[in-house]
Each structure stands twice: as structure tokens, then as C-alpha cells.
Design a protein around this ligand. Structure first.
Ligand code: HSE
Length: 436
């Protein structure tokens, strides 16, 4: 059979990894597909610097338009990242009748609806396994492996850089910025690292996972996002003392009232497997009605792990490109006409447990005042620790764990607690999930 001809756009960390894996595993891959996957075109800004592809075999250019307009290219691989010109290039490739493989989570989360619609109309495939959790085949797992199930919730460590930072801070007491710099040097971090530490990258990925899990539109703007930059070493230590770890989680949950989509630091019991996912590794825990809980673990960033997912998509597209649309897996898991308009809950309606840290005057009645306010808001306290005051200090840290509560109730209660004379400053609040 004729080879499948591939055009690569972008030869950075993931693009370089993809070219390397395609060349190294060429024989093994063609044994699986029944055809060879050949890179025939590649474009990158600094194409003269590239050393992986043989210019005698691959047409090289510094202009990505050359790839999307090349009539000899069957599948365009977009590894440029960012919103623009990735969106325009992908839409042009689709218009030119080419299938697309992308690792671009920002593009799919924000422009996915437009892109899938265009692809559907043109009869081409857009595959995006590498967009979420790097090398973990989580999209295939949700879309195909769990297709029998109603998914109830999922929770994932889906940003390698953030997990790397939290792990190094906890294990080695390293400085936040120092670890971030190392993640950038290792090629894990986004071009704009605030995307990693403020949770935007994780929110892009969670938006995609929620759509796949529940058959809803991609709604990045409705995903609640809180980063890790305000996590202090003392909260990491207190959490450990209570038997919890702080992880940056993306959580999507279907409730009777609607869907929660939220990304934030979260205390989870240290005995959970996912609490022990460290460094740049990612993991996604999915709770579904028939199978129960399943956990997917692996490298969430890096050249070859991400390339593994890109090449798996190329294999899938090569296998399905000659089938008619009805015989392909729906790009968002659900048939386009079956996508439902389920309300997405706002922050006030989230239901979760809490870790709270207060700085309180060390005198009789203060704890009683605090617990009375919680009782008035129907909030049950699961654990309390009062730390020793520092020498010469009259205020003490109070750490409380609560049971699950509606977020608005918690915020109302905290407003009253913060206005007590005996409470200094604002209360530190970190959400807590048992994931059981
Ligand atoms: N910046 C991302 C991360 C890369 O750290 O997980 C993979 O999407």
C-alpha cells in the first residue's frame, strides 16, 4: 500500500521527539498499520538548525503554510502550540482536505468546537491525544475504553510542571522559582509559565476531559481555575501532619444540579495512589458506573512521551482515513448531534470539603466562636489542630478540616469568622477531596 504522507509543523521539544520516534520505530509502526508513515514535509522557524530529518528525503521550509498547502501531505501535524497561527493553519489544512493531528490543548479547548465542525463538514479527522496528559492515552481510554459507562467524575494531575514544583518543594524544600526554572530547561513548562503555575494549562486539559466524559460542548470560560502560586510550605507541612498531600487537581463531576469543572490545589489522603504521583508524572482517576474507579498514570510532558501520543494518533488516523465518517470514532467521543447542554455550575455551587488555616488569639472562647459560626452554616468539622504559639506570640495557627459543604455556605461562614476580633487577617482555604 502507498505510504501515509506526513507534514510536520513545529520541530521544538515535541516536534523533534515526534520526528525521532517516527524514524526510530518506523518498522514497528508499519507492522501495526500495514503502511509506512513517512514524513515528507516539515516546517519550523529555525529549520536550518534541525538535525533529525534528512533534507534529501524531506522537503524543509521555514513557513508552515508550505505544509498545509502541500498536495503531497495526507496528515498535517500541528506542534507549534498557542492559539494563533495554529488555529488558522489547522483550519486551512482541513479546508485543503487534510487530516490533522495536534498536541495543542489551548487550541482544542478554545477553538475545538469550530475546528471539529469544519473537520466534520470536510470529512477529515482531527486527533488530539497528546493534548491531555502527555503520553497517557487518556483520551482513547475515556472515548473508547470506557464507552460502556456513565462517567460520574474524574480527577487528574494534568500539569507536569505544577506537579514537579509541588513535589520538589515538599521533598527537598526547594524554592518555587528555582524549580520552575529547571522545568523550563527540561522542556516541560509552557512558553508562558504562568499557564502552568496559575492552572490555565490544566484548565485547558480539564475542559477537554469534561467534554469527552459528559458529552458537553467545550467550555473553557466556565472552568474555575486557581493556581499553586499561593501554596505555602507551612500548609504543605500541616497537610502532611493530617495525613494529606496537596496536589494541583483538575476535577470534573456530574451532579444532580449540573457539572462542576474546577482546577485548584487540593488536599487528598496520602494513602490514595494518585497522592503519590510525583515529579513531572501525570495521573487521571476516572470514576464510572460500570467499571468503578480506574487510574491512568504516566509521563505528562517531555519530548518522547508526548511524541508517543502524537504518533499513536498518526497510527489511528492512518487506519481510519479510508473509512467513511460513520465508521470512525466520533472526535469528541459522542456523536455531534448528541452533545447535550447540561448547566455548568459556578463556584458558589461547588460542593467540597475544606482545609482551613486561621491565625487566632490564644484565649478562651475563640474556638467556641469559630465553631458556632460553622454550626450556624451547617458546616461539620472533622478535625482541629491548634499549634503551639511561637515564643512571645499571642496568636496561634488553628487548622480545621471540614466535611463537604456548598462553597457559598463556606464563604459566608468565613466572612463572619474573618470579622471576629480574635482572628487575624484572612483565612487560608484549600479544597479537599477524598476521591473515594
Ligand atoms: N506544560 C505542560 C505540563 C506540558 O507541564 O504539563 C504538557 O502539556
Amino acid at each position: 500500500m502507498k505510504p501515509v504522507r506526513i507534514g510536520l509543523m513545529g520541530l521544538g521539544t515535541v516536534g523533534g521527539g515526534t520526528a525521532t520516534v517516527l524514524l526510530r520505530n518506523c518498522e514497528e509502526i508499519s507492522r501495526r498499520v500495514g503502511r509506512r508513515l513517512e514524513v515528507v514535509r516539515a516546517a519550523a522557524r529555525d529549520i536550518d538548525q534541525q538535525t533529525i530529518l534528512d533534507p534529501a528525503k524531506v522537503k524543509l521550509s521555514d513557513n508552515a503554510d508550505d505544509v498545509v498547502n502541500d498536495p503531497d501531505v495526507d496528515i498535517v501535524v500541528e506542534l507549534i502550540g498557542g492559539y494563533s497561527p495554529a488555529r488558522e493553519l489547522v483550519l486551512k489544512a482541513i479546508e485543503n482536505g487534510k487530516h490533522v493531528v495536534t498536541a495543542n490543548k489551548a487550541l482544542i479547548a478554545i477553538h475545538g468546537t469550530e475546528i471539529f465542525k469544519a473537520a466534520q463538514a470536510k470529512g477529515v479527522i482531527v486527533a488530539y491525544e497528546a493534548a491531555v496528559a502527555g503520553g497517557i492515552p487518556i483520551i482513547k481510554a475515556i472515548r473508547e475504553g470506557l464507552a460502556a459507562n456513565r462517567i460520574e467524575w474524574l480527577a487528574g494531575i494534568i500539569n507536569g510542571t505544577g506537579n514537579f514544583i509541588l513535589t520538589e518543594m515538599r521533598d527537598k524544600g526547594r524554592d518555587f522559582n528555582d524549580v520552575l526554572k529547571e522545568a523550563q530547561e527540561l522542556g516541560y513548562a509552557e512558553v508562558d509559565p504562568t499557564f502552568d503555575v496559575e492552572g490555565i494549562d490544566a484548565a485547558h486539559k480539564l475542559t477537554i476531559l469534561a467534554s469527552l466524559a459528559f458529552g458537553i460542548e467545550l467550555q473553557f470560560d466556565k472552568t474555575f481555575t486557581e493556581g499553586i502560586s499561593k501554596i505555602t510550605p507551612e500548609d504543605v507541612v500541616y497537610a502532611e501532619e493530617l495525613g494529606y498531600r496537596i496536589k494541583h487537581l483538575g476535577i470534573a463531576r456530574k451532579t444532580d444540579k449540573g457539572i462542576e469543572m474546577r482546577v485548584h490545589p487540593t488536599l487528598i489522603p496520602e494513602r490514595r495512589l494518585i497522592a503519590n504521583v510525583d515529579g513531572v508524572m501525570n495521573a487521571v482517576l476516572v470514576k464510572a458506573d460500570a467499571v468503578g474507579a480506574t487510574l491512568y498514570y504516566g509521563a505528562g510532558a517531555g519530548a518522547e512521551p508526548t511524541a508517543s501520543a502524537v504518533v499513536a494518533d498518526l497510527v489511528d488516523v492512518a487506519r481510519a482515513m479510508d473509512a467513511d465518517q460513520d465508521h470512525r470514532v466520533a472526535m469528541m467521543g459522542f456523536q455531534p448531534e448528541a452533545i447535550q447542554d447540561i448547566p455548568v455550575l459556578n463556584q458558589d455551587d461547588f460542593e467540597t470539603a475544606y482545609y482551613l488555616r486561621l491565625l487566632a488569639e490564644d484565649r478562651p472562647g475563640v474556638l467556641a466562636d469559630v465553631t458556632r459560626i460553622f454550626a450556624e452554616h451547617n458546616i461539620s468539622i472533622e478535625a482541629v489542630i491548634q499549634k503551639e504559639p511561637e515564643q512571645g506570640e499571642t496568636r496561634v495557627p488553628l487548622i480545621l478540616l471540614t466535611s463537604r459543604v456548598i462553597e457559598k455556605n463556606m464563604n459566608d461562614a468565613l466572612g463572619k469568622i474573618e470579622s471576629l476580633d480574635a482572628i487575624e487577617g484572612s483565612v487560608t482555604k484549600i479544597r479537599m477531596e477524598h476521591l473515594s
